[in-house]
Design a protein around this ligand. Structure first.
Ligand code: C2E
Ligand code: MG
Ligand code: MG
Length: 747
């Protein structure tokens, strides 16, 4: 029963009054006594009730444990119900535990000041606490833990003597700790990055980057924010392609890495390894591109030393073929990915072997070095200059949509190169030829593109200083070759092959001393196909054997015929291809041809090129000796075009040396060519080897050669290759003019 219920009291009093009145009515003799008892009981009851009411009232003005407990304990948060006169402060169990105290009820300022983080509960402090904003307070609990609570306080009651407030707490201790640990994690991260010298850069839009403090320090950035263009500007121009590749990275689970040079804080370029990744955004996250940047300059310097040994050409100090292939393939892949293109220009120094032979290896190396140096000047960012082998070089040039670039660059290189022809090189014309192709469109790999540039070089290298671009149609001639091969096979069957004869003249007497048999393919319509157009194809198939057999038989037959016709005997020279020469039964075949035709072996000469002879020198010497044993003469054809070295004259059992036409063409204007020719003639003479000059086209050349001691001459000056009947007329003319000459001399 509750004491504050007046109805209950009224009910008790009314019931008791009714009962006493009923008793007085029923027992009047006891009415006085009953009334006295009743009045005294009522008096006591009133006193008790008043006392209880007073007590209740008093009690009611203090905090009701049960009520408060019910309210506060149900809410799982810290609460304080407090009077501003500090006569009663109630804290709920949650706060009690947190503070580490035993009781819920407290008196005095101490607890309030502690929990509200105040020195004194002044009216200002109370205004502050009870104001609209929450009041954040920090205190140390009995166990020494630092507690942070944000208090929200509201007025519950206002009495004359005091006001009752309810403060509800929001415990921030864990959040604060978390924040603290996050902050320290960040500090830890930054410190470790600083210690490890790793810069971190991130972007969510690929345009603006956030740079870590270490990154800011490493690159000397003005702030932790950097735009893409600012970032790119720091990258070395030659490495921007790598940077662009990284920048355009697609979503991938792999972390990629690239090494690039970037301008560091001190303004110098240093090598950095950039390990990066792109993570695609989701509904809840933004896409992220970025990674770590590590200074690898020292490692690079070590690598450079190793690379120098492995990838740098010793003579020219530019990249070698290995490096070219490595960089080339990388460039090829990048170009495909980023839709860039490059030009591959391959260059070959014209007649380099002559420089080497005449000026010596030291001077040859000097030329190579300088040529490389010239090439290097033309390298643009992302490009490369390399020496592939011997006098073969390659230039990788970034294409910016200028189709003239490869030709212009090759011309500029030629111009620069020609300028080197001073002092001891003044007599040589320094030229180079070039072939070029485009990457990636001209091949499925870097190697293929390079091969196509080389293919173009070979296609155009008929003339010195040629510059030829690769065209896919160039292959048509190869495809056409199979057609040509078939047609040639038919031509052989149909006897369409014919020998033409070019006279060889004794430079002393002017008399014909021999002829060179040169094959021609006379098509049924009369067109004459020159050997250059079909001999290489015949050489790459079994057809050359048939051709050589024909040449040998026909050459011997014709020579015997001329002798029988009464012409003075002359030497018939025939050309042998490599596959002929390396046949084991060559001696027997030659022997048979001689025997069948009845030609004396001394009237047959076999012409071999030096490249042919040198591909297997021991076998060649053996084979040549076998022919020599037969009494057949041996001529070294095109001397000076291959790997000519005069030392081979010691080993090869040759009887005649044919100086290549290229020397003769230059002999009038090129001192070096003249010097070589003279020297070769002198040395050959000392070895009892006769000499003949190919390609004499004018009397001046003839005169120079005669003076130089050359024995014989061959060329358009005397006659072009001609059919047998024409040669007969030539023969007659020659005999006539020589007898006239001798008659004149006699007179
Ligand atoms: P080669 O043996 O060096 O022949 C000399 C070539 O130089 C001939 O070309 C000839 O016509 C050309 N020539 C000669 N004098 C002059 C001149 O004063 N000026 C110019 N511009 N050219 C001159 P041809 O007949 O076209 O032969 C080319 C090559 O084909 C020959 O070079 C030889 O290597 C090869 N060849 C010719 N006939 C045969 C053959 O029967 N068998 C083989 N295996 N190869 C042959
Ligand atoms: Mg020849
Ligand atoms: Mg020749």
């Amino acid at each position: 029963m509750k004491f504050n219920n007046p109805l209950a009291a009224a009910f008790v009093i009314t019931t008791a009054t009714v009962m006493i009145l009923a008793y007085c009515y029923l027992y009047p003799e006891y009415a006085l006594t009953a009334s006295i008892v009743y009045i005294s009981t009522m008096f006591f009851l009133t006193v008790i009730l008043s006392l209880v009411g007073w007590l209740y009232k008093k009690h009611k003005n203090s905090v009701d444990d049960t009520d408060i407990a019910n309210i506060t304990e149900n809410l799982n948060t810290e609460m304080i119900l407090w009077r501003d006169d500090c006569s009663d402060i109630y804290i709920n169990n949650k706060l009690k535990k947190l503070i580490g105290t035993e009781q819920n009820h407290h008196k005095g300022q101490k607890l309030l000041c502690k929990t509200f983080g105040l020195e004194k509960l002044s009216p200002e402090a109370i205004t502050m606490i009870t104001g609209n904003a929450s009041h954040e307070a920090k205190f140390t609990n009995n166990k020494g833990g630092v507690i942070t609570i944000a208090w929200s306080t509201s007025l519950v009651k206002k009495r004359k003597k005091y006001s009752l407030f309810l403060s509800t707490g929001f415990n921030l201790t864990d959040i604060k700790k978390m924040k603290l640990s996050l902050a320290s994690a960040n500090d830890f991260f930054n410190s470790s990055m600083e210690l490890a010298e790793i810069g971190v850069i991130m972007s969510t839009d690929r345009k603006n980057f956030r740079a870590s403090p270490e990154m800011v320090r490493m690159l000397g950035l003005r702030s932790g924010s950097i735009t893409l263009s600012e970032f790119r500007a720091l990258v070395h121009p030659n490495d921007r392609i790598q940077f662009d590749t990284a920048q355009s990275a697609k979503n991938s689970s792999d972390v990629r890495s690239t090494d690039m040079r970037m301008k560091s804080a001190d303004g110098t370029y240093r090598w950095y390894s950039y390990r990066y990744k792109y993570i695609q955004g989701t509904d809840n996250t933004l896409p992220l591109l970025g990674g770590a940047i590590l200074d690898v300059t020292q490692e690079h310097e070590k690598d450079l030393l190793i690379e120098r040994l492995a990838y740098i050409d010793e003579v020219t100090e530019i990249a070698n073929r290995i490096k070219l292939m490595d960089v080339g393939q990388e460039t090829y892949e990048t170009a495909k990915l980023l839709e860039y293109s490059y030009w591959i220009v391959v260059l070959d120094i014209d007649r380099f072997h002559i420089i080497n032979d005449t000026c010596g290896y030291t001077n040859g190396n000097y030329i190579l070095k300088n040529f490389a140096h010239i090439l290097y000047k033309f390298v643009t960012p992302g490009g490369l200059a390399a020496r592939m082998s011997g006098d073969n070089f390659a230039l990788v040039l970034r294409d910016y949509g200028d189709d003239e670039l490869p030709v212009r660059t090759a011309r500029d290189i030629q111009e620069e190169f020609a300028k080197l022809a001073v002092d001891e090189f003044s007599a040589i014309s320094l030229t180079c030829s070039a072939g070029y192709s485009k990457l990636p469109e001209d091949g499925d790999s870097f190697l293929e593109v390079l091969e196509h540039a080389e293919f173009a070089l070979k296609t155009g290298s008929g003339t010195q200083g040629s510059i030829c671009g690769y065209e896919p149609s160039m292959h048509d001639s190869i495809i056409g070759n199979t057609e040509l091969e078939k047609a040639l096979a038919v031509a052989i069957e149909n006897n369409e092959l014919q020998l033409f004869y070019q006279p060889k003249i004794n430079l002393e007497t002017g008399l014909i001393m021999g002829v060179e048999a040169l094959i021609r393919w006379i098509k049924p319509d009369g067109t004459i196909v020159k050997p250059d157009q079909f001999v290489p194809i015949a050489e790459s198939s079994h057809l050359i054997g048939k051709i050589s057999e024909f040449v040998l038989t026909e050459g011997c037959r014709q020579n015997v015929l001329w002798q029988k016709m009464g012409y003075p005997p002359i030497v018939m020279s025939i050309n042998f291809a490599s596959s002929d020469f390396y046949q084991k039964d060559l001696r027997d075949k030659v022997f048979e041809a001689l025997a069948r035709s009845g030609l004396e072996s001394k009237w047959l000469e076999v012409e071999l090129t030096e490249t042919l002879a040198l591909s297997d020198i021991d076998f060649a010497v053996d084979q040549m000796n076998k022919l020599r044993d037969l009494g057949v003469k041996l001529a070294m054809d095109d001397f000076g075009t291959g790997y000519s070295s005069l030392s081979y004259l010691q080993i090869l059992p040759i009887t005649l040396l044919k100086l290549d036409r290229s020397f003769i063409t230059d002999i009038e204007h090129d001192n070096i060519a003249f010097e070589i020719v003279s020297a070769v003639i002198r040395i050959a003479k000392s070895k009892k080897i006769e000499t003949i000059a190919e390609g004499i086209e004018n009397p001046n050349q003839e005169e120079i050669l005669r003076k130089a001691g050359c024995d014989y001459g061959q060329g358009y000056l005397y006659g072009k290759p001609m059919p047998a009947n024409e040669l007969e007329r030539f023969f007659e003319e020659n005999i006539k003019s020589s007898s006239n000459r001798s008659n004149n001399e006699r007179r």
